[in-house]
Design a protein around this ligand. Structure first.
Ligand SMILES: [Zn+2]
Length: 311
């Protein structure tokens, strides 16, 4: 069993309307990427809580009233913002705390032996590469339990080719394949992927300083294939086509890593694609057919086998 120090490789961004990253928003419309809607309901909720706080905090109102009017208003706004942040954060983490304690009581303590084994090491059979989108957590939809899947999540679940050099995704791959010796790599794409939509809608010449743009452009082959094969379809349908095409491109890119290609050739590692459609809640799964795919030319795509459709 191989050990990895406890570094988080997967992030589900917490819904935090008060700390949106401003640079990301300005460089590229981040709502395009994660379909995030912020969320007039949440803002109203915060404002409502603010006025409640004012009514229930006479001390705050009295102290503010002794200051000059302009300053008073500023002070009041600043304090109210702090109170709102504190309360909002507190509620948020209260909720998280209860979820953690529930996990501890019902999962950890009831399977203590299993978790004691995990404390000594991990031997997952799966490496999963999924989108960072908050709606598509692989553990939630496929039921992966602690110890079952080594997971990395990035925008649009892309695998860069070997020649692109180091990234967090291929660092995770190297550890999973060479050290953990996983038997399966599963790349999971999904419906309504904002990263693929950004790829499909971006101009060839664009803001080269955008981190997002520089990442999703890894899917340019999938975009070109989609444009060639599905240009008669609507833009939404083209995006869906590209969501699946890019998974196959990532499977092909996996074969550009010599240590992956060798294990696939030896039959000790399998490469799989998955597509989660959360609009109608279906899941497609397929497996790269190495013998067939290895004969294909660069732009011909890959051959697949063992296609399944779960609905
Ligand atoms: Zn996505």
């Amino acid at each position: 069993m191989a050990l990895l120090s406890p570094v988080s490789l997967s992030h589900d961004p917490l819904p935090s309307p008060l700390v949106l990253p401003p640079r990301t928003v300005s460089l590229f419309n981040s709502q395009q990427i994660f379909g995030s809607k912020l969320k007039s309901g949440e803002i109203e909720h915060t404002l409502l809580r603010l006025s409640t706080t004012l009514r229930t905090s006479p001390g705050l109102a009295m102290k503010a009233s002794r200051e000059p009017p302009g300053l008073t208003q500023e002070l009041r706004n600043s304090k109210l913002e702090r109170v709102a942040e504190t309360e909002s954060g507190s509620d948020l983490f209260d909720n998280i705390k209860h979820r953690f304690l529930s996990f501890k009581k019902h999962k950890y303590m009831e399977n203590l032996e299993h978790y004691e084994k995990l404390a000594k090491g991990q031997a997952p059979k799966f490496m999963v590469i999924a989108c960072a989108d908050s709606r598509v957590c692989p553990s939630a939809i496929l039921g992966f339990q602690p110890g079952e899947s080594f997971t990395v999540r990035n925008i649009a679940n892309l695998v860069p080719p070997f020649e692109k050099g180091p990234s967090e995704t291929n660092a995770a791959l190297e550890f999973a394949v060479n050290t953990l010796e996983v038997e399966n790599v599963l790349v999971i794409g999904h419906s309504c992927c904002g990263g693929i939509r950004a790829l499909m809608s971006m101009e060839d010449e664009g803001d080269s300083s955008s981190f997002i743009r520089n990442w999703v452009v890894l899917g340019k082959h999938a975009k070109l294939k989609t444009k060639a094969a599905a240009s008669n379809l609507s833009f939404d349908q083209q995006c869906k086509h590209c969501e699946k095409e890019s998974i196959n491109r990532s499977l092909r890119n996996l074969l550009t890593y010599p240590w992956i290609e060798e294990k696939v050739r030896e039959g000790v590692l399998s490469l799989h694609g998955g597509y989660y459609d959360f609009v109608d809640c279906t899941f497609e799964k397929w497996t790269l057919d190495y013998d067939e795919s290895s004969l294909k030319e660069e732009d011909e795509g890959i051959s697949v086998k063992d296609q399944l459709f779960w609905c």
